[in-house]
Ligand binder design. Structure first.
Ligand SMILES: C[S@@+](CC[C@H](N)C(=O)[O-])C[C@H]1O[C@@H](n2cnc3c(N)ncnc32)[C@H](O)[C@@H]1O
Length: 215
């Protein structure tokens, strides 16, 4: 059975499935509890997932053991300051909802020519209703420029956008339940509440899907 990657876009997995994964080693940076790494472990020769949160890495290790996967390991580390060859010599680097210039630079330094960098980044329109663009968000020209600068050939760039609409303010608030604390800190929460008070009833999820090859 293939783990399909809970909540991971099927088109992102399809971009990866186009590679001869069974013979390849993948490094998943900012792996969280490992949903992409675990999906890749069922496909690849070997997988390493790295995250700076020890709790999430523990969780990922538990899930790998529960799934009986022996070709995946998880390490605690900072993927924006450490070099990737300390964890693996990957043929593929994935960055799923953990994307920055530093990550693209480090992926480029560790991959040999022909190596694949696949990422899902927040797109500029992510949570547009909160009136604040994420500092981690990219639009297509910015992503193309980053890939070009870091030594990648862009092979695929697309936006996956979903606008959820709600019947009531309560429904709209319930949809962002786990985000309240974070949004209070970065100012999004009050803007979103104001938007709802003024009659708004939608929330945009917009992700930029990327596949690039090391020149
Ligand atoms: C939005 S979550 C995505 C997690 C996972 N890729 C997924 O899709 O389920 C972002 C993750 O990146 C991790 N992260 C952010 N900055 C990091 C860094 N500099 N080094 C390592 N991990 C980082 C966070 O701890 C978090 O688990």
């Amino acid at each position: 059975m293939r783990l399909q990657g809970e909540g991971v876009s099927p088109s992102f997995l399809a971009l990866l499935d186009a590679e001869p994964l069974e013979g390849l080693t993948a490094l998943d940076v900012g792996t969280g509890w490992g949903r992409v790494a675990l999906a890749l472990a069922a496909r690849c020769r070997a997988v390493v997932g790295v995250d700076r949160s020890p709790d999430l890495i523990e969780d990922a290790r538990r899930r790998a053991a529960a799934a009986g996967l022996t070709n995946v390991r998880f390490e605690v580390g900072d993927v924006e300051t450490e070099e990737y060859d300390r964890w693996a010599v990957p043929d593929v680097v994935t960055a799923h909802l953990c994307m920055s210039g530093g990550i693209a630079e480090r992926a480029a330094r560790t991959l040999a020519a022909g190596g694949v960098f696949a990422a899902v980044a927040f797109h500029a329109e992510q949570w547009a209703e909160t009136g604040r663009r994420s500092r981690f968000a990219y639009d297509e020209p910015q992503m193309r420029a980053l890939l070009e600068r870091t030594g990648f050939e862009a092979e695929h760039l697309s936006v996956e956008r979903e606008v959820r609409t709600f019947g009531s303010v309560e429904e709209a608030l319930a949809a962002v339940l786990g985000l309240e604390e974070r949004w209070k800190v970065d100012g999004r929460w009050f803007r979103y509440v104001k938007y709802l008070e003024e009659g708004g009833r939608s929330l945009t999820r917009s992700h930029l899907m990327v596949k690039a090859r090391r020149r």
